[in-house]
Design a protein around this ligand. Structure first.
Ligand SMILES: [Zn+2]
Length: 400
């Protein structure tokens, strides 16, 4: 087993394997492969015409960082580096074309990140390649014309977060510098260059702790919506990296790998649809809101279509939608169900249901204005911002 394989997050591997066998994923991958046969090397052509290729002579230190990451992670393909003009800190790795690996950085990131911070970002991007994350066409599945099973959509969401955890570990493994890795995440989170503000790791981590405490206390209604953003920063990623640094994968006297993965799973369980099965009062109130909410959203643009019934039943089980389901009555009861979630579940859980409602709406292939308005109204009544709906409906899901 390669070093990169050893440090890969086990939930990323398991979900990846399961998704790779999913018939919808297999079919969409075949479709994409046919398109690529028709128009090959699209990404590289686009990069050559819109970005600047950084030759080894132009960026010798970046090149040697890349070579060190390639060596540590066991990347076998030749690598081309690109920069594009942008004030945002951003980087991305593309699916290889013509046997070449393509990694692109924003200009701001290259100017503001230094040394091991940059190695972390480089290792993170190469990690996505080493773990073949681009083999799961998450963007095409969730944006395509075909309506995916909502459960599949939610699995993809959950997997994409574990995929980021693996990529972060690959980056941390390459950087081998806990402070620099945290500083890198701090720069991604704050947009700061580090030139005017000095970074304090302990203060940064205590902010994460505070968010977690407030989140556990339903009486504090500060919407910590950052919990739910996968990119460019989630406090969960910082926490997950701290667990990684404290494990035997980094230090032989650290926690066992099993303990590490359990800790990560506990962190991430805040963001997984486990409430569909859980037998707690909070989980039941969440299910009841999801049930009513998804039907009310589906009916927002007129009658509920056969397709929408199909999507709904994939979620709640066959036969869950009967003619006897009175959507009008559910709509009248919606405020009551929202109130129950506010009283019985935490802020994070409220966000979880709202996010799932958005994913279900998206999974129907398109989101119309009336549906969006219903979702925004639910958001407001849950005490969340309407912007949360917009972000979830529009988030670009490719690994970056
Ligand atoms: Zn990433």
């Amino acid at each position: 087993m390669t070093d990169a394989e050893k440090i890969r997050c086990s939930n990323d591997r398991d979900l990846f394997d399961a998704l790779s066998r999913d018939p919808t994923i297999v079919r969409i991958k075949e479709h994409i492969a046919r398109l690529e046969d028709d128009v090959p090397f699209r990404t590289r052509r686009r990069l050559l015409s819109t970005a600047v290729r950084l030759s080894p002579a132009m960026a010798p230190s970046l090149r040697s960082m890349a070579d060190a990451c390639i060596e540590k992670l066991g990347v076998s393909l030749p690598l081309e580096l690109f920069v594009f003009p942008s004030p945002q800190h951003n980087a991305m790795c593309f699916r290889p074309e013509e046997g070449r690996l393509l990694v692109m950085f924003s200009s701001a990131l290259l100017e503001d990140f230094e040394g091991s911070e940059l190695v972390f970002v480089m290792g993170h991007e190469l990690g996505h390649h080493v773990y073949a994350h681009h083999d799961i066409p998450i963007g095409s599945v969730l944006r395509g014309d075909e309506k995916p099973d909502p459960r599949l959509a939610l699995s993809l969401f959950a997997w994409s977060r574990y995929a980021e955890i693996s990529a972060d570990r690959a980056g941390a493994y390459c950087a081998d510098d806990r402070q620099a890795v945290a500083r890198s995440l701090f720069k991604l989170a704050s947009g700061l260059s580090g030139r005017t503000i000095s970074f304090e790791l302990d203060d940064f981590l205590s902010q994460v702790d505070q968010m977690q405490e407030e989140d556990a206390d339903p009486s504090i209604r500060t919407p910590s919506e950052d919990w739910f953003s996968t990119h460019p920063f989630s406090p969960l990623r910082v926490k997950a990296l701290e667990l990684f640094h404290g494990s035997e994968l980094v230090n032989s006297s650290g926690d066992s790998t099993a303990q590490l993965e359990m800790g990560v799973q506990k962190l991430m369980s805040l963001m997984e649809p486990s409430y569909l099965e859980a037998k707690t009062v909070a989980a039941e109130s969440m299910r009841r809101l999801l049930f009513a909410g998804s039907l009310v959203v589906a009916r927002a643009d007129g009658e509920i279509t056969q397709g929408e019934v199909g999507v709904f039943e994939k979620f709640f089980g066959k036969g869950a939608f009967k003619d006897t389901v009175d959507v009008g009555a559910l709509e009248k009861d919606l405020d009551n169900r929202i109130e129950r979630v506010r009283e019985e579940a935490g802020v994070t859980q409220a966000m979880q249901v709202l996010q799932d409602l958005c994913i279900v709406a998206r999974a129907e292939g398109h989101t119309m204005e009336p549906e969006r308005l219903v979702l925004e109204a639910i958001a407001t009544k849950l005490g969340l911002s309407a912007g949360f709906v917009t972000r979830t409906l529009e988030v670009d899901l490719g690994p970056d």
